[in-house]
Design a protein around this ligand. Structure first.
Ligand code: NAD
Length: 296
């Protein structure tokens, strides 16, 4: 088993670090929040007092940080990973960040002689805790193969998406599609109801017809047809609307850079921004149903 430095012990990183420790790795855990470090150490990780302390002697570094600027600083600053880890250490960033930052950090890592992958995840806190995340990995094939044993501990599906940054690209393209299909599902249920169908009747028809999609059959935004869906608990997350908005903003920014037209992605961003502006960004992302119904 190896020595792993884990940076960022929040809602996702905390349980991911604990799963690595439970599988027998010696995990040195660091977060800017002492409470988060304490919690991880109570669950089997070793406390680290800084990034330098955590990465000292590490065979692998895993980071789970909020956004691009945090990742750049954690890796590239004087007191960061590049300046303090051995170049033999494999670097895995699992944060959801913009494609550009991911590519810049990996290029800088490569220049310094490190192998590094971007490995963002799909699945929320429950999947992080249960070790059932999906990883989308960008980077050299050899780096991907080195990362896989660690990712297998924290997830159940691990995909190599190709070159550096492609993990982030897969993640934001998928989530843009999810947001669009969720909004479309909300519009369809609202229209059907206003025309006199109840939600269950429309679900029975559309879920076996050509309108069928994951947003409907696994996560129905109208209360009733899918008992496990957040719509049945007043849209408590789940996957918060504010997190979806973050991913949609990343998608729009990447789409502008790539000159890829995403008119529906832009509309989806605008609708989730309205949810945020009205103070409802902590609702589940399927709570956009309330906006469509005129309930917000
Ligand atoms: P979080 O805010 O709960 O945790 C982030 C942690 O990083 C915090 O504890 C913070 O103190 C720490 N941190 C910030 N800068 C640091 C630094 N320089 N060194 C060490 N620690 C530092 O966020 P989260 O929900 O765990 O999400 C982490 C990432 O995973 C985000 O990019 C998010 O978009 C992505 N993600 C989250 C979910 C989810 O459901 N929560 C699902 C998929 C992906």
């Amino acid at each position: 088993m190896s020595k792993v430095a884990f940076l960022g012990l929040g809602n996702m990183g905390g349980p991911m670090a604990v799963n690595l420790a439970k599988s027998g790795h010696d995990v040195a855990a660091f977060d800017l929040s002492p409470d988060a470090v304490e919690k991880a150490s109570n669950a089997g990780c070793r406390k680290a007092s800084s990034i330098a302390d955590a990465v000292s002697g590490a065979d692998a570094v895993v980071s789970m940080l909020p956004a691009g600027p945090h990742v750049k600083s954690a890796y590239m600053a004087d007191n960061g990973v590049f300046a303090n880890a051995s170049t033999a250490a494999l670097l895995i960033d699992s944060s959801t960040i913009d494609v550009d930052s991911a590519r810049q950090v990996i290029a800088a890592a490569t220049d310094r002689g490190f192998a590094m992958v971007d490995a963002p995840v799909s699945g929320g806190v429950a999947a992080a805790t249960g070790g059932t995340l999906t990883f989308m990995v960008g980077g050299e094939a050899s780096a991907f193969e080195r990362a896989r044993p660690y990712l297998d501990v924290m997830g159940k599906n691990v995909f190599h998406a190709g070159a550096p940054g492609n993990g982030q690209a897969a993640k934001i393209a998928n989530n843009m599609l999810l947001a669009i299909s969720m909004i479309g599902t909300c519009e369809a249920f609202n229209l059907a109801e206003r025309l006199g169908l109840d939600a269950q009747t429309f679900f029975d028809i559309s879920s076996t017809a050509s309108g069928q999609c994951w947003s409907m059959t696994s996560y129905c935004p109208a209360p009733g047809p899918v008992p496990s869906a957040p719509s049945n608990r007043d849209y408590q997350p789940g996957f918060a609307a504010g997190m979806m908005l973050k991913d949609l903003r990343l998608a729009q920014s990447a789409a502008r850079d790539a000159k890829a037209p995403t008119p529906l992605g832009a509309q989806a961003e605008a609708l989730y921004a309205l949810m945020e502006a009205s103070g409802h960004d902590r609702l589940d992302f399927s709570g956009v149903m309330k906006l469509i119904r005129g309930d917000l």
